[in-house]
Design a protein around this ligand. Structure first.
Ligand SMILES: Cc1cc2nc3c(=O)[nH]c(=O)nc-3n(C[C@H](O)[C@H](O)[C@H](O)COP(=O)(O)O)c2cc1C
Length: 357
């Protein structure tokens, strides 16, 4: 006979700390370059994400004053702890980057060892570091030595390995713990997989069973049930959500609620999503400025509306608008029209079925 395990047993009962910082809950938003800027992180935290890490910031000092990096360094009004992810290939440069970001307000430093992008990998940063364990360990030790005097914990985000026959996340996790790393996040894919295939969470489970520091599972977690399943199967301390939060930042409260109660929240009210989206857009223009902002906000808008009735047509029209006021007005009109179909957002599954017919 099947054993019925109460859902809450999937959630570890002790509190979760990263160094001295008590973390609000076990559902995190993943760092995504070009997506999780300060406005989006703030929104995710307001809607239930327990923790967020900045988009990766290069460790190169010559790029510190570039517009892109300075925007990534912006944490104005963001609820703490402020976690900044750094990427690079040189241990001393990474240590300097840690000190620089701590000086700018970082309370946690995260080392990027997961990014598969060529731009990063050609320079042996991101997931490419996993191919050179000695260099990876040297970087971890140097960054921990730089951050420790400031009482700032250092965390690591990596993949399962470079490719299927080089799955070295476990030895690296053990080395990370010995180096003083205080939390390890694993995206359950190799570098070779990119974003294809399916995340392999059993590697994460093995690592969780072998280290004492908190372990976070990441990859393909796109629903409350998936989050509960991964927590239960792997015993990890938290789950991290990336792409599923694009255009759906309320996924964090949905997951949190399900983990607490075993019940699903109703779809959000159209009026609430309208307000959230308009606030998000204003905040986005505020950070990126009117010229860049009207262009870069388009991807967020596309994600918000992609599964909604009339969403694709609206997105095409919106992408022609080059003025923030026009974008805000068009968005308001879109939501007002949607509100005529019902108070709540249509169920995405039902809507997909409608689209197919
Ligand atoms: C657009 C995009 C940008 C990303 N940028 C970063 C980054 O800056 N740092 C990082 O560690 N991972 C980055 N990632 C990887 C995500 O943090 C995450 O590991 C990956 O998307 C798998 O999680 P998911 O299936 O929940 O999306 C990025 C992913 C995407 C889709």
């Amino acid at each position: 006979m099947a054993t019925i395990v109460p859902l809450f047993l999937a959630i570890p009962l002790f509190m979760l700390f990263i160094g001295p910082h008590l973390i609000a809950n076990r559902v995190f938003v993943a760092p995504m370059a070009g997506v999780t800027d300060r406005p989006f992180r703030t929104l995710c935290k307001r809607l239930g994400a327990g923790y967020a890490v900045s988009e990766m910031i290069t460790s190169r000092p010559d790029l510190r004053d570039s517009l892109k990096t300075s925007k990534r360094l912006n944490h104005d009004g963001e609820a703490g702890p402020i976690a900044v992810q750094i990427a690079g290939t040189d241990a001393q440069m990474m240590a300097d980057a840690a000190r620089y970001n701590i000086d700018k307000g970082a309370q946690i430093i995260d080392i990027n060892m997961g990014c598969p992008a060529k731009k990063v990998c050609n320079k042996w940063a991101g997931s490419a570091l996993m191919q050179d364990e000695a260099l990876a360990i040297g970087i971890m030790q140097a960054v921990v030595a730089a951050a420790q005097p400031h009482g700032v914990p250092v965390t690591l985000k990596m993949r399962t390995g470079w490719r299927a026959d080089q799955l070295n996340a476990l030895p690296l996790a053990l080395a990370a713990e010995r180096s003083g790393i205080q939390m390890i996040t694993i995206h359950g894919r190799t570098r070779e997989m990119g974003y294809g295939g399916v995340a392999q969470h059993h590697t994460v489970a093995e690592i969780k069973s072998r280290v004492r520091v908190p372990v976070v599972a990441n990859g393909d977690i796109d629903s409350p049930q998936a989050a509960a399943w991964v927590l239960k199967q792997t015993g990890v301390d938290a789950v991290m959500i990336g792409r599923a939060a694009q255009g759906r930042p309320w996924i964090f409260r949905e997951i949190h609620h399900y983990l607490q109660t075993g019940e699903h929240l109703a779809q959000p009210l159209v009026a609430e999503v309208k307000r959230l989206m308009l606030e998000h857009m204003q905040d986005h223009y505020g950070l990126h400025g009117p010229d860049v902002g009207v262009r870069s906000v388009r991807k967020h808008l596309g994600w918000y509306v992609k599964d909604l009735p009339g969403g694709l047509a609206f997105r095409s029209a919106f992408n022609q608008l080059n003025d923030a006021e026009q974008q805000l007005r068009a968005t308001t009109d879109f939501w007002d029209q949607l509100a005529q179909l019902g108070d709540r957002l249509p169920d995405p599954v039902l809507n997909a079925a409608e689209t197919i017919q």
